[in-house]
Design a protein around this ligand. Structure first.
Ligand SMILES: *[C@@H]1O[C@H](CO)[C@@H](O)[C@H](O)[C@H]1NC(C)=O
Ligand SMILES: *[C@@H]1O[C@H](CO)[C@@H](O)[C@H](O)[C@H]1NC(C)=O
Ligand SMILES: *[C@@H]1O[C@H](CO)[C@@H](O)[C@H](O)[C@H]1NC(C)=O
Length: 462
């Protein structure tokens, strides 16, 4: 619930905005969303905006965004939408403040991120669907069962209004990006944009460690665990033969875990130990809350939620009242901003909707597709992702234009890549599920190359 003091604080602004809107029409002024400065923010030259776009006037459902203009010459740079996954996790809390936004919260306030994606693009972070982060629905029945279709529809309406508000960006190249469960959100939104013939300048999509096909993605986990020494030979055998992970997930979601699957799951968890970060098996633990973003994908740890670090700077920062005020954010129907929604009930059956073939049709309609994978992630491991992309290329008759090879950042191998015309696959070496969080420099090279439609650097000379 909104406290009285906060409520009072927003009233003068509402009256002012309403008065202006009567004259110029709803939602048309970006100036009101301009951020003066964030608490403890280093001085910067670029502009930032944040606020709400109403996607349903009657139900009072509104989506919250944070828009960061490119550091240099924003007019000539593309607009890149970023979506985090979950389903139900925040693109502001994870994408913007932990992965690739301009600032990272630290003990002494905000630090400048040297590898911010706004070096290459105008970054639009969207909290979606309603119920996630600062996005809300006043009619809370909306939260009862949200699905992929509703998410895509609201995101499309959001974008239509957003491009009206920021009409100076209407003709810039436009890209959709995201990770994890955004392997659903991003292709589905791109498909809807094309189906509805919405006039955005959509050039491409990029998805990182994405959920694209339930069985392949989840079953690649066994081999990943085994090949990284997390489980024994014998456990690997029963984890593939007696009960595999896609079965475990299905049974778990329907509330009927068979005794054999329960036993396999316990054995696997025990061998891995609790002190491994499944989103990056080489990283030390003390899971910060950004790791929750795919918590829905790992919540099998016998009902246990992933532990969050007490000192999670982003969580603390975004819950400070003066920060929320500076960000034009409100808490509607909730008392705390959370990394992953505590109110949203997402239709978990939707996890089984394959999105891999959607990528094929996007390529066919002239949209460039990049699928990338942080190679230390065991939640959506590169093994499944790589085979899905390979299979897709075969099915859609997309020939290899660049054979599997290493790509570079500086003098080091930054990952491996294979290109099939407008469809590309790339790994990021040493990166976690949230690749830009653990490999910011390599991730920025990948983004830059993708936006420009170029080949990844073939050697350290480039
Ligand atoms: C709230 O939303 C639910 C589900 O979308 C709908 O059935 C109901 O009529 C709405 N309530 C009001 C007061 O509009
Ligand atoms: C997982 O188990 C199910 C049920 O036995 C089976 O149909 C499926 O082929 C298995 N998947 C893999 C990848 O082994
Ligand atoms: C792919 O390669 C095959 C065999 O060389 C060729 O017949 C086909 O036309 C190629 N497809 C495209 C889209 O270039």
């Amino acid at each position: 619930m909104i406290s009285h003091s906060q409520f009072l604080a927003v009233i003068p602004r509402i009256i002012f905005v309403v008065a202006i809107q009567i004259i110029v029409g709803v939602n048309s002024f970006s100036e009101f969303d301009k951020i003066k400065s964030l608490p403890e923010q280093p001085e910067v030259e670029f502009k930032q905006y944040a606020g709400y776009i109403t996607v349903d006037e009657v139900q009072q459902r509104a989506l919250y965004y944070y828009f960061v203009e490119a550091e240099v010459d924003p007019a000539s740079k593309p607009v890149v939408l970023w979506l985090n996954g979950g389903p139900g996790c925040s693109s502001i809390g994870v994408g913007a403040f932990v992965e690739h936004g301009p600032f990272k919260p630290a003990k002494k306030g905000l630090m400048k991120n040297d590898y911010s994606w706004n070096k290459e693009a105008n970054m639009l972070y969207l909290e979606s669907p309603a119920g996630v982060g600062f996005s809300y629905s006043v009619n809370e029945s909306f939260y009862d069962l949200v699905n992929d279709e509703m998410t895509a529809r609201d995101n499309l309406i959001f974008l239509q209004h957003w491009f009206t508000k920021f009409s100076e960006y209407k003709n810039n190249d436009f890209f959709l990006t995201g990770e994890s469960y955004a392997g659903h959100y991003v292709p589905q939104l791109a498909q809807l944009i094309i189906q509805t013939k919405t006039k955005f300048n959509l050039k491409g999509i990029a998805i990182g460690n994405p959920l694209m096909e339930f069985n392949t993605d989840f079953n690649s986990r066994a081999e990943y665990f085994w090949s990284h020494g997390l489980i024994s030979d014998s456990t690997y055998e029963i984890f593939t033969k007696s009960c595999n992970y896609s079965q475990i997930r299905r049974q778990y979601q329907s509330g009927t875990l068979s005794s054999i699957c329960a036993r396999v799951n316990r054995l696997v968890s025990m061998e891995i130990s609790r002190y491994i970060d499944l989103y990056d098996v080489t990283l030390d633990v003390c899971l910060p809350s950004e790791k929750q973003q795919a918590y829905v994908l790992t919540q099998l740890q016998e009902g246990e939620k992933i532990d969050v670090c007490v000192e999670d700077e982003t969580y603390i920062y975004l819950n400070r009242k003066e920060v929320q005020k500076a960000l034009h954010a409100k808490l509607v129907g909730i008392t705390t901003w959370l990394t992953c929604s505590g109110v949203l009930k997402y239709n978990m059956k939707n996890l089984e909707i394959p999105t891999i073939s959607v990528l094929g049709s996007l390529v066919k309609s002239g949209v460039r597709v990049l699928v990338y994978s942080g190679d230390q992630d065991s939640v959506i491991p590169l093994l499944g992702t790589r085979s899905l992309v390979n299979k897709l290329a075969k099915e859609f008759g997309l020939n290899t234009t660049e054979s599997y090879r290493a790509w570079f950042k500086g003098r080091q191998v930054a990952g491996w890549t294979q290109v099939y015309g407008d469809l590309s696959f790339a790994t990021i070496r040493g990166a976690s599920h949230e690749a830009p969080f653990s490999q910011p420099e390599r991730s920025l090279v990948l983004l830059k190359t993708f936006l420009k439609g170029k080949s990844l650097p073939v050697s350290s000379e480039m």
